[in-house]
Design a protein around this ligand. Structure first.
Ligand code: UD1
Length: 353
């Protein structure tokens, strides 16, 4: 079996780490194609280095652009490359423009597409990631679901064939890497016990609208009166803060460049809570037994909100909501066994060989 994994954005590099290791273990040929959607060292290369992923075999170097432009460029280049490689399966991950372009290429060339992290649904329906998810699920052959809820979501849309519940690949990664989490930042920033929060914000609905971004930053300034605010900043967010002249707020925070997974998780393990709009961090906070306050209209992981481990917030009630931090109870709920990658590969091998 010859597999292409198409990746290109930060969360995909993280997921690829587990798949790459699992492919190596069973001796399956995996060709890694990086679309180049994320290109800054801290958004891309650092993950290959720190997580031991083999360097991509190809880099399409599409870089940033309008959504259509980026998706279109990947389509053109990835189609040509796929025809040359002629793989048995194309693996795509998550919900980025890279995911959609990869799924489209596979579907058009009649090469089976495997979607890792299928079936997640989130409002607003017009957010770019939701569009990418729904469309990728429609045209994928294998739909690897991280939760039972995602299996149900697909069922509601009439998709039952090729659907497999495997658990979450980022849980695999958490279990594999926990012993290697890097606490040097925690030490060098002189952080004390639980007296700090970690913030990540990058969704278009939060950062591309000046009023919303200002409201979020103001709320974080209020948070900073009680807790140190550690803010590894996505390049999109940094750009918008400059563009909208909102820099005055940032002096209340410890702003960091985007971090590699191990350093980031070293902070998460010790913080008192997480404030985020990231679907990935929502569940990583859960794995680390930390409450997450979500500046999102709708969570990726509804179960965590229902079980009161994640809390949906508006910027104006963030400080009040954070009082719930002290009542946090970690409720284990089974979402796979931490062997999602192994299962994915087993299913592919059984079906493709
Ligand atoms: C993308 C994904 C999102 C994922 C996120 C993780 C889509 C539609 N969204 O969002 O699902 O959660 O990645 O980060 O694909 N930029 C840089 N350097 C980089 C990368 C980006 O400066 O290495 C800047 C560029 O100005 C770019 C902007 O950030 O225009 C946004 O990047 P883009 O890849 O379009 O979307 P993300 O917000 O990162």
């Amino acid at each position: 079996m010859k597999v292409i994994s198409l990746i290109g954005a930060r969360p995909q590099f993280i997921k690829e780490a587990v798949l790459n290791k699992a492919f190596k273990k069973v001796g399956v040929e995996e060709i890694i194609v990086n679309s180049g959607q994320h290109y800054d060292y801290n958004m891309s290369d650092i993950f290959f280095k720190t997580l031991g992923i083999k360097s991509p075999d190809y880099n399409l170097e599409v870089g940033s652009g309008l959504h259509g432009e980026m998706t279109g460029k990947i389509l053109i280049e990835f189609e040509k490359l796929t025809m040359k490689i002629n793989p048995d399966v194309i693996l795509v991950y998550g919900d980025t423009n890279t995911t959609l372009a990869g799924a489209l290429v596979g579907a058009k060339l009649k090469i089976p597409v495997a979607h890792v992290e299928a079936g997640i649904r989130m409002l607003p329906k017009d957010m770019p990631e939701e569009i990418n998810r729904v469309l990728a699920d429609r045209i994928s052959t294998y739909l690897f679901c991280p939760t039972q809820r995602s299996v149900e979501n697909l069922k509601k849309e009439g998709i039952e064939e090729g659907v497999y519940f495997t658990g979450d690949v980022t849980y695999d990664l958490y279990l594999q890497m926990e012993k290697d989490f890097d606490y040097s930042l925690y030490n060098s920033l002189n952080l004390v016990g639980n007296e700090f929060v970690v913030v990540t914000i990058h969704r278009d609905y939060n950062v591309d609208n000046k009023t919303q971004l200002r409201n979020i930053l103001k709320a974080l300034v209020d948070v900073s009166r009680n807790k140190k605010v550690i803010f590894p900043m996505h390049p999109r967010t940094r750009k918008r803060i400059e563009e909208f002249s909102l820099g005055e707020f940032t002096e209340y925070f410890e702003i960091l460049d985007p971090l590699d997974y191990l350093s980031f998780m070293g902070l998460i393990k010790n913080c008192s809570s997480v404030i985020t709009d990231s679907g990935g961090l929502q569940r990583e906070a859960y794995y680390a037994k930390k409450p997450a306050f979500l500046l999102m209209p709708d969570p990726a992981w509804h179960e965590l909100v229902e079980k009161k481990m994640n809390f949906l917030c508006k910027p104006e009630d963030l400080v009040k909501m954070m009082e719930r931090e002290k009542d946090y109870k970690h409720i284990p709920y089974i979402q796979g066994k931490g062997n999602a990658a192994e299962q994915i590969i087993k299913i592919l091998m059984e079906n493709q060989c």
